[in-house]
Design a protein around this ligand. Sequence first.
Ligand SMILES: [Mg+2]
Length: 167
Amino acid sequence: MLKILKPDTMVKSIYSISPEDFIRKKIFGLILDIDNTLVATHIKKPDANLISYIKALKESGIKVIIVSNAKKERVEEFCKPLDIEYVYKALKPLSRGFILALKKMDLPRENVAIVGDQLFTDVLGGNLSKIHTILIKPIDLNEPFLIRLKRILEKPFLYNKQYEDKL
Ligand SMILES: [Mg+2]
């Protein structure tokens, strides 16, 4: 497996990771993807579970920011109820969005993790920017054609790898 496409951790769902788990790993900042990491692609707004999860992270002192390749309207509408900062049209895997996020959080990259569902954007981007990567099992595999194509290309790199129940 190409090292640059290897996530540091693979977890079934972000909800399996508690704020304490992140703190134990010295992760004090999270760069989150939206689509298929936090909600299915067609879901426009965060649900009550997600709102309280993000709130719990923030109350534990963990900084949270969204870095998404999606359009402004999508990201803005989604982030508003969560009251968190965001970078839209981030062009992941390019590092620009991640660097902006690190700056906004004012944390060294050693204390930050990227959480996402795609190898060629989230994981590759995180590894190129030397940030800890957590790959989440995609929420909904009923995805647009181009993403389904990427899933096929991801397969050889995920072969034999398991999503864990916790961090
Ligand atoms: Mg995604």
